[in-house]
Every structure is written in C-alpha cells, then in structure tokens.
Design a protein around this ligand. Sequence first.
Ligand SMILES: NC(=O)c1ccc[n+]([C@@H]2O[C@H](COP(=O)([O-])OP(=O)(O)OC[C@H]3O[C@@H](n4cnc5c(N)ncnc54)[C@H](O)[C@@H]3O)[C@@H](O)[C@H]2O)c1
Ligand SMILES: O=C(O)C(=O)C[C@]1(C(=O)O)C=C[C@@H](O)C=C1
Length: 312
Amino acid sequence: MRRLTIVGVGLIGGSFALSLKAAGLVREVVGVGRSQANLDTALELGILDQATTSLAQGVEGSELVLLSTPVGQMGDLFRQLRDLLPPGAVLTDGGSTKSDVAALARAHLGERLADFVPGHPIAGAEFSGASAARADLYRHKQVVLTPLPESSPVAVARVRQLWQACGALVPEMSPAQHDRIFAAVSHLPHLLSFALVEELARRPDGEVFFQYAASGFRDFTRIASSHPEMWRDISLANREALLQELEAYQAQLLRLRQMLLEHDAAGLEAVFATSRQARNAWLDKKKQALQPLPDAASSNRIAGNEVPDGKS
Ligand SMILES: NC(=O)c1ccc[n+]([C@@H]2O[C@H](COP(=O)([O-])OP(=O)(O)OC[C@H]3O[C@@H](n4cnc5c(N)ncnc54)[C@H](O)[C@@H]3O)[C@@H](O)[C@H]2O)c1
Ligand SMILES: O=C(O)C(=O)C[C@]1(C(=O)O)C=C[C@@H](O)C=C1
C-alpha cells in the first residue's frame, strides 16, 4: 500500500503502523494527532513518515485510514471523513466498543458507510501514547471485526488481510454480541480495578495500605494504570451492557457476603475451586491455541488458523 493514515497515534494505531511496516506492506505512514509532542515521538520512533494535526491533510491520498482515538472522538471524525475520505479508500477503527461506533458511522458516513469496517484488536496494555507502540503487539492475538450489512466485502477482506499480516486471528461477530462479551471480560474488570484503587487512595490513611500492597494487589490493579479518557469513553459507550454485568457482579458479591456472614466455609471453598478450575482451563486453552501445528513450516501458522507471512 502506498499510504496508510493513522488517526490517533498511540499504542493501538502506532503498533498497527509498525507491524505493517515490519511486514513490508506499507510505503508511507501519515499520522493525524491532537498533540504535536506525541506526533514528534512517533516520527522519532519511525512509526510515522509524516505527521499533521489536520485530518484533511492527513487522509489526502491515503488508501487505508485507521481511527485509533478514544471512542468518544469517533462521531466527529466520521462526520468530517464523509467528505474527506479519498475515493476508493477503506476506513476502519480499533475502538473497544462496537455498537456505538456502528451507530455513529451509520449516522455520519453517508455513502461512505460501505467503505467502513469496524474492528477491535483484543490486545493492549495499560500504557498509552506513541512510545508504547510495538511491532509485535498483535502477534497471535485476536482482532474482532464487526462488519455492517452495508460494509463492502472487498473492504472487509482488505482489513482482514492487514490484521492477519500483523499476525492476528480475525473472527467476526455482530456489534451487539461483541459489546455483551467485552462488557464482561474487559470493561467490568477495568471498572473494578479502578474502583478498588480509587477507594484506597481516598482513605485518609491510604498510604499505609499502598505501602504493604504486593503482587496480588499489583496483578489485580495493573489495568487501573490505563488511560482515564479511554476508559471514560468505553464505560459510557457500553453503558447498558456494563450496567448488566455490574449487577451480576454485585449479586455475586452479595452471595459471597452472605457466605462470610454465615461462616459458610464449604460454600466459599466451592466458589474458589470453581473459579480456579475455570481460570486454569481458560489459560490451558489459550496456550494450546498458540501451539504451532505439527506440520507448520513456520511459526506463522498456529492451530486452527492461517496467519499469512506478511506478503500480499
Ligand atoms: N489500550 C488498549 O489496551 C486498547 C486495546 C484495544 C483497543 N483500544 C482502543 O483503541 C483506541 C486507542 O487506544 P490507545 O490505547 O492506542 O490510546 P492512546 O492514548 O495510546 O492513543 C490515542 C491517541 O489518539 C489521540 N487523539 C485523541 N483524540 C484525537 C483526535 N480527535 N484526533 C486525532 N488524534 C486524537 C490521542 O492524543 C492519543 O495520542 C481506543 O478507542 C481504545 O478504546 C485500546
Ligand atoms: O492488557 C490490557 O491492559 C488491556 O486492558 C487490554 C484490553 C483488555 O481488556 O484485555 C483492554 C481493552 C481493549 O479494548 C482490549 C484489550
């Protein structure tokens, strides 16, 4: 591809650019940002070849545009891109929520809706900005596409091919199913982690607790170091599903509370045992999915999926 544009050059967009550059699939990457300092970092790190704060300049002559800003920015970007997206260009995004993004695209993109393919890389970290970007972030990770009925099959195939070239597996599902799943396995855990740390930080004697907090606390709260703006936008965008998951979790906490009140040792142990078994089974399955196939000639093939070698 001659020119790729990344709107929002942070962990997700920067890693996509680095990965496609490493695969030799893109000649020039243009970054559009709102902070010059972050764009300068991206230029220094070789993520970008050109940088601008103007969306109009940034998408000029581009063949593919990735929106990798917080999801709260996307409505405004779609509104502008309806007229700015070059003819023939494909538009995609990496936002963590999909029903809101699909609705915003439908509301603002007009005839260019067919060129839009919503996506979500299930890979990330608590770090943000261009300096957090890594060429291998998507290797052996999943990238969920939630194509719209209006999305052109050619655009979907193109986006799928590029994520596969980054080393990712690319399942598809509906935006609603996506949001239900990720409310439970991503959005709720972040809410809980932020909540615990903030509650301790607000205590007048909070310092004492932090002083003695160790690896259990560190593991549970790693994601509370994530970007507040990004998580504000995700929480509000997926509010309905998140509220449902929060209710289910509250019911579970009440159940545990009752067991504690009743000194119900067997009940507590049964919950912990089921949880441990489920988590270990999940980890084993993940490990197995990453085993190379017996006849795999290269590490680019992994069980159940073909991952191309980056040449198109
Ligand atoms: N961090 C993760 O683990 C993760 C994983 C999967 C998906 N996502 C999603 O990917 C997107 C980006 O996340 P990230 O972790 O790369 O964030 P990030 O903070 O590292 O990068 C986002 C960048 O977008 C820029 N930006 C914000 N508004 C802009 C605008 N209007 N125009 C141009 N640039 C703008 C910010 O200044 C920042 O540099 C979010 O939608 C997030 O929900 C994040
Ligand atoms: O590893 C992390 O720090 C992440 O938060 C990554 C994580 C997740 O919850 O798994 C966060 C948000 C995304 O949309 C996808 C992935």
